[in-house]
Ligand binder design. Structure first.
Ligand SMILES: Cc1cc2nc3c(=O)[nH]c(=O)nc-3n(C[C@H](O)[C@H](O)[C@H](O)COP(=O)(O)OP(=O)(O)OC[C@H]3O[C@@H](n4cnc5c(N)ncnc54)[C@H](O)[C@@H]3O)c2cc1C
Length: 354
């Protein structure tokens, strides 16, 4: 195996211990992607008999620490910024790299959000290690204390296993939505060490004018998604899909070509270049199930495919298959659900008044 260019392999790998997780946060709340990484970090740390350590930067870190502890974090190392309330890749890279030089983590997991992507490559360069980006599954090898990471390659035609045997920390990113949220632990047992940090000169050129919360549709936390693909025939094909999503109190998703054709905005796209989702129910109407779509929704709990072609690839990923015209089947489902709800709401109402 060739050495990673520019990387320095530490002599004593045994000095590097514990699974670090970057706790991306805003207003005292940890991001969903970071919580997913914390859940994976906990699993791997238990397997490797190491600790899971959260790194938090920002303000209001007490709330961040409490939330991380409730999800099983063993130790939190925080840098409370006394003179800056915002994100700075240069300042954050320096702070995290200092933690790495001091603490020597074995593994470092970072959510592949915009912030995470910005940071991870800078940190890796500073710490002279490598990164496996956009991993879709992670595991730990307790014999060699290695992180095993899987990521799609060659336009998702292959899934590669990545091992970083010589360099530390072993760093990866995973896209938000790739994993389930972790369960809360019954009795949190977490040590918190928060230091005050001034970033002064490093952020001298930053001026935060306003923070605008994201208004883009976030499908990653949707419980029910009804998606349409080319098989729905045109932009009008989204009418029954919207109706069904409304009846089910869910959201509308889409495949990439219908977004490219302008039938629906990009914020609805599911898949490799859209959002990665894991709802309880995913209905794919008129979607063939090409791998670039599948990687974004295959972790859904229950998948229903509606397609005129029984040999469409989506069928083998589905729990239920409706071999029918998408428009008709979706409209019928919406109608039946509306009738069912009406009947049951009437029943429930009359039981209450009786
Ligand atoms: C780098 C890269 C990234 C990509 N990223 C994404 C991504 O993020 N998301 C994504 O979705 N795609 C992505 N793609 C595109 C992907 O390869 C497929 O082209 C796309 O998913 C196919 O969309 P579709 O299923 O809507 O269309 P098609 O593959 O054309 O499938 C249409 C389906 O509808 C069925 N059908 C036809 N008529 C009816 C009817 N009346 N009723 C019911 N069913 C009917 C057909 O049998 C067929 O199965 C990406 C491609 C590349 C190269």
């Amino acid at each position: 195996m060739t050495d990673l260019v520019g990387c320095i392999a530490p002599e004593k790998l045994e000095e590097y211990r514990n699974v670090f997780v970057y706790l991306e946060n805003r207003n005292g709340k940890i991001s969903r992607g970071a919580l997913e990484m914390l859940g994976k970090g906990k699993e791997i740390s238990v397997k490797l008999n190491e600790k899971v350590v959260g790194i938090a930067i920002g303000q209001d870190l007490k709330a961040v620490a409490d939330e991380a502890a409730s999800f099983g974090c063993d130790l939190i190392l925080g840098a409370e910024l006394s003179d800056f309330n915002g994100f700075s890749s240069v300042a954050y890279t320096n702070i995290i790299s200092d933690f790495i030089f001091e603490q020597k983590p074995n593994i470092f997991l970072i959510s592949g959000s915009r912030e995470g992507r910005d940071l991870v490559s800078r940190i890796a360069v500073k710490c002279k290690t490598g990164v496996a980006a956009d991993c879709i599954e992670l595991d730990g090898d307790p014999t060699n204390r290695l992180l095993i990471a899987w990521r799609p390659s060659f336009g998702d035609k292959t899934i590669d296993q990545i091992l970083c045997r010589k360099h530390r920390p072993q760093m990866i990113t995973s896209r938000p939505g790739s994993y389930k949220l972790p369960e809360k632990v019954e009795k949190p047992d977490c040590e918190t060490r928060i230091k005050k940090v001034k970033v002064g000169k490093l952020v001298a050129k930053h001026k935060i004018l306003e923070f605008k919360p994201k208004t883009r549709l976030d499908l990653t936390s949707s419980k029910i998604i009804v998606s349409g693909g080319l098989g729905i025939g045109g932009p009008k094909g989204f009418e029954p899909i919207r109706k069904l999503a409304k009846e089910l109190e869910g959201e509308v998703g889409a495949s990439r070509p219908v977004v490219d054709l302008g039938w629906i905005p990009y914020e609805h796209q599911v898949g490799q270049t859209g959002q990665t989702v894991r709802p309880k129910l995913y209905i794919a109407a008129g979607i063939s199930g090409k791998i670039q779509h599948i990687v974004g929704m295959k972790a859904s709990e229950t998948i229903i495919a509606i397609n005129t072609d029984p040999d469409a690839p989506i069928v083998k990923y589905s729990d239920y298959f409706i071999n029918a015209d998408a428009g008709k089947a979706v409209a019928k489902l919406a109608d039946e659900i509306r009738k069912y709800k009406k009947a049951h709401l009437v029943e429930a109402d009359s039981e209450q008044t009786a």
